[in-house]
Ligand binder design. Structure first.
Ligand SMILES: Cc1cc2nc3c(=O)[nH]c(=O)nc-3n(C[C@H](O)[C@H](O)[C@H](O)COP(=O)(O)O)c2cc1C
Length: 438
C-alpha cells in the first residue's frame, strides 16, 4: 500500500475504543428516547416503543407463526437453540451462529498482514450478531499460504496488524478465533488479485515450490516435494509459534485446519500419504502430524483457551478418508484437549462427485458428535434461520456456521433472531443499531 493510504497503522483508532462494550438493548438501557421522531411513539412502561415496538411485539407474539425460541427456552429450560450461549473452556460465546473461516485473499501487499478490508469484513459480521468469528485460513509459514495474498501469523510483525481487528470483534461482543493453516500441496495457487485461479502460480509471478507428505500432485497443480521428518517437526513448531502470536494478538480461540486437502488432511488421507515412516501407514501414523500440532498448540496457549479442529469427514473418494476414520481421530482429538470438531467434508481429492444440497454435511457432524462424544459444528448450505435452529435443537451440532450466506448478509443473525421470534431486546444488536431493530 502507498504511504498516503489509510491503514491500521497510521489511523488513530484510540478515540473509537470502547472497552467492554456489550450489545445493549432498549429495555436494558432504560433511557427514554427523546430523539425518536413524532409518529414513532414514546417509550412506554414496557420499554417497548411505538412503531418499532409494535413491530417487535407482532413478530414475537408466540401465538403467531414462527418458532419462539425465547418462549421455548423459558418453558423448557433444557431446550437449546441458536441463541443459547455456549461455553468452551473459559470462553462464553453469545450464540450458536458462527462465521466459518473464509479466505478473502486480500493481503495484497503479499506480506501476510490483514488490512482495513479485513477489519471491515470481520467487525461488520460481529456487529451483525455472529457469536464466534473464525478468521480465514491464516498461514503458519509463507510457503503454507494458499495464495500469495493469504494472511499469516508466521512472524511477529503480523501481530499488530491483527490486533485492531481482534479488538474490534471483541468490542462488538463476538469471540474472535483464527484458523491456522499450512496449505501443503495446495499452496501457491492463484486468486482474483493475482490471477491463475485454480492453478499453480508460476515462480516468476510470485509462486513457490510446494511440499506434502508424499510427492503426489492435486489435480492440475504442480507436483509437491515430499517433506523430511525434520521439516515436519519444523512445521509443527510453526503452528505452535503462530498460535502464540494469535494469543498475543488477542484471539480467544484457535482453530487448526485439518480439512479440505491442505497439509494436515494430506497426512490423514491414505490416498495422498504414501509415507513408510512414522508419519504414514496406519491411522495412528497418518494422524501423528495432526496430534503433534494439537499438542504443540495446546502447550503454547493458555489452559482456558479453546482449540477447535476443522476436519473433512470424508474425501468422497473410494478407499480414502471416511467417516469411520474421522470418528476415531475425533476421539483422539478429544483426548488431546481439543474442545470442538468443526465438521466439513471434501477438498482432498480432485475429480470426486459430491452430493451438494442443503444440510449435506450435517449428518457427518451428528455422527461425530454422537460417536466421539465431542462438541461439533455443522457447516455447508445452511442458509435459513429455522433450518439452522433445528440442527442445533435436534442435537445434530452444537453450533452452525453460516458461510456464503454471511458474505451476502453480514446481519444474518439479527435477521434470524427476528424470524425465530427472539425479541429484539434479546438479540445481539449493537447499541447504535437498536433503533433499526426488526
Ligand atoms: C470464499 C470462501 C473461502 C473459504 N475459505 C475457507 C478457509 O479459509 N478455510 C476453511 O476451512 N474453509 C473455507 N471455506 C469453506 C467455508 O468455511 C464453508 O465450509 C463452506 O463455504 C460451506 O459453507 P456455506 O455453504 O455456508 O458457504 C471457504 C468458502 C468460501 C465460499
Amino acid at each position: 500500500m502507498g504511504g498516503d493510504e489509510l491503514t491500521h497503522s497510521n489511523f488513530d483508532f484510540s478515540g473509537f475504543d470502547v472497552p467492554e462494550l456489550k450489545a445493549v438493548t432498549l429495555a436494558a438501557s432504560g433511557q427514554p428516547d427523546e430523539t425518536r421522531a413524532v409518529g414513532e411513539g414514546k417509550a412506554g412502561k414496557s420499554g417497548k416503543a411505538g412503531k418499532a415496538g409494535k413491530s417487535r411485539n407482532r413478530k414475537t407474539n408466540p401465538s403467531k407463526k414462527g418458532a419462539n425460541v425465547a418462549k421455548d427456552s423459558k418453558n423448557k429450560k433444557e431446550r437449546i437453540g441458536l441463541f443459547t450461549p455456549m461455553g468452551l473452556r473459559d470462553v462464553t460465546v453469545r450464540n450458536r451462529i458462527w462465521l466459518p473461516p473464509m479466505c478473502t485473499y486480500s493481503a495484497f501487499a503479499r506480506d501476510g498482514k490483514p488490512t482495513p478490508f479485513h477489519y471491515q469484513h470481520y467487525v461488520s459480521r460481529a456487529f451483525g450478531g455472529f457469536g464466534l468469528i473464525i478468521a480465514e485460513a491464516t498461514a503458519v509459514t509463507p510457503e503454507g499460504r494458499i495464495s500469495p495474498c493469504d494472511v499469516g501469523l508466521w512472524e511477529d510483525g503480523q501481530i499488530d496488524a491483527w490486533r485492531w481487528i481482534v479488538d474490534g470483534i471483541r468490542n462488538a461482543g463476538a469471540v474472535p478465533a483464527v484458523q491456522l493453516n499450512h496449505a501443503g500441496r495446495k499452496a501457491s495457487t492463484g486468486c482474483f488479485a493475482v490471477g491463475y485461479e485454480g492453478q499453480s502460480v508460476p515462480q516468476e509471478a510470485g509462486g513457490w515450490p510446494t511440499v506434502a507428505p508424499s510427492a503426489i500432485e492435486f489435480g492440475g497443480l504442480n507436483k509437491p516435494r515430499e517433506l523430511s521428518v525434520d521439516e515436519i517437526h519444523g512445521i509443527v513448531g510453526a503452528f505452535a509459534a503462530a498460535a502464540g502470536r494469535a494469543v498475543a494478538a488477542g484471539f480467544q480461540a484457535i482453530e487448526i485446519h485439518a480439512a479440505h486437502g491442505y497439509l494436515i488432511s494430506e497426512f490423514l488421507d491414505p490416498l495422498c500419504n504414501e509415507r513408510t515412516d512414522e508419519y504414514g501407514g496406519d491411522l495412528e501414523g497418518r494422524a501423528r502430524f495432526l496430534l503433534e500440532v494439537v499438542d504443540a498448540v495446546r502447550a503454547t496457549i493458555p489452559e482456558g483457551m479453546p482449540v477447535l479442529v476443522r476436519i473433512s469427514a470424508t474425501d468422497w473418494a473410494a478407499g480414502g478418508w471416511d467417516l469411520d476414520q474421522t470418528i476415531v481421530v475425533a476421539k483422539m482429538l478429544k483426548e488431546h484437549g481439543v474442545d470442538l470438531v468443526d465438521v466439513s467434508t471434501g477438498g482432498i481429492m480432485a475429480g470426486v462427485s459430491i452430493p451438494i444440497k442443503a444440510n449435506y454435511q450435517v449428518p457427518f457432524s451428528e455422527q461425530v458428535r454422537l460417536k466421539a462424544e465431542v462438541p461439533t459444528t455443522a457447516v455447508g448450505l445452511i442458509t435459513k434461520p429455522k433450518q439452522a435452529n433445528k440442527i442445533v435443537a435436534r442435537g445434530e451440532a452444537d453450533a452452525v456456521e453460516i458461510g456464503r450466506a454471511a458474505l451476502r448478509d453480514p446481519y444474518w443473525p439479527l435477521r434470524a433472531a427476528n424470524k425465530l421470534g427472539v425479541p429484539a431486546t434479546e438479540a445481539p444488536y449493537q447499541p447504535q443499531y437498536i433503533r433499526g431493530a426488526y
